[in-house]
Design a binder for this molecule. Structure first.
Ligand SMILES: NC(=O)c1ccc[n+]([C@@H]2O[C@H](COP(=O)([O-])OP(=O)(O)OC[C@H]3O[C@@H](n4cnc5c(N)ncnc54)[C@H](OP(=O)(O)O)[C@@H]3O)[C@@H](O)[C@H]2O)c1
Length: 287
């Protein structure tokens, strides 16, 4: 009998972690072990070592992260501890116990001054604490030369759980009144469901001697305003959504779409346009 690949997922109560858990039943050729923050705090390196050395998974998917961009501006030590130092420890244990690592990173490693979607060879230049901590976390991983491992950058994630843009806009739209959006960002909305399937699809196909970066998002890009308008239309509302100019303290990349071409080419994978996945998401969860 062929041995099943044992996959350990961190941060399993987050958006991506929850979707991975949900779809794991469709991947019976893998065995999964899910750890929420309460079960395994990745910032506690002793616990991390104990659990990893005891389970000895073949692959770790690291979905654990500090993702609150506003709070990250106020608490660099905490965000750096989780998104960088803990990731360093995780990668070190992967190296010691010969485990493959799938680490999730972000479009926020870029400054947003491009006018074409960012590729894996573009230079990161983060402009806020969240982006800086995630970029440092990526660099920590490279020290360990992990085989058959990847850093997968994604963007504008949404799922049915969590405090994401789609959930917020759905709630706002359901009030039935026109409203404003305080953002002029452009990016690639990405279904956490699509990302989770892409991760599980690519795992058996990854071949490298050193961790490699890939980008994965749904295809195409839009402004936050277009995104909100699309959500409203898909819900069957005809609201006027305008842009407000309230000043915020947190800098965010103005243009951060990711090019998924390398992922599509190397793994021979079909990726949905963002509108298609959004339509599926809205009809499935709010239809
Ligand atoms: N959301 C996006 O739009 C987006 C965009 C680009 C990239 N990403 C990346 O995609 C990945 C998944 O994001 P997501 O949207 O699923 O984030 P999420 O919903 O915030 O989930 C992250 C999970 O990690 C947990 N966590 C925090 N500190 C931890 C620790 N010390 N030990 C263990 N778990 C810990 C969180 O628990 P608590 O909530 O209890 O703290 C949460 O359950 C992250 O790496 C993120 O940087 C996200």
């Amino acid at each position: 009998m062929v041995k099943k690949l044992k996959i350990l997922v961190t941060g399993s109560n987050g958006q991506l972690g929850q979707v991975l858990k949900k779809i794991s039943i469709n991947y019976s050729h893998f065995s999964f072990i899910f750890f929420s923050k309460d079960d395994m705090d990745i910032s506690n390196s002793k616990i991390l070592d104990e659990i990893i050395s005891n389970i000895l998974p073949d692959v770790i998917i690291n979905c654990a992260a500090f993702t609150n961009v506003e709070l990250a501006e106020k608490n660099y030590d905490l965000v750096n501890q989780i998104n960088n130092i803990s990731v360093d420890h995780l990668a070190k244990f992967c190296s010691i116990y010969k485990i493959r690592l799938i680490h999730i990173s972000t479009d926020f490693v870029f400054d947003g001054n491009n006018n074409l979607p960012y590729t894996e060879s573009d230079n990161p230049k983060p402009i806020n604490n969240y982006g800086r901590s995630k970029f440092l976390g990526e660099n920590s991983i490279f020290k360990y030369e992990l085989k058959d491992s990847i850093i997968l950058r994604t963007s504008w994630l949404y799922s049915v759980s969590g405090n994401n843009f789609v959930t917020k806009i759905v709630n706002k739209v359901k009030e039935g009144k026109d409203f404003n959006i305080n953002s002029d960002e452009i990016g690639s909305p990405t279904s956490a469901h699509d990302l989770a399937n892409a991760i599980l699809f690519c795992i058996p196909k990854i071949k490298n001697n050193q961790t490699e970066i890939f980008h994965f998002s749904n295809l195409g890009y839009c402004s936050r305003l277009d995104f909100a308008q699309k959500i409203s239309n898909l819900l069957g509302y005809n609201l006027i959504i305008s842009r407000s100019n309230t000043v915020t303290n947190v800098k965010r990349p103005k243009f951060s779409p990711l090019s998924t071409k390398k992922f599509i080419d190397i793994f021979d994978y079909k990726v949905n346009e963002w509108e298609t996945s959004l339509k599926n998401h809205i009809s499935k969860n709010y239809g």
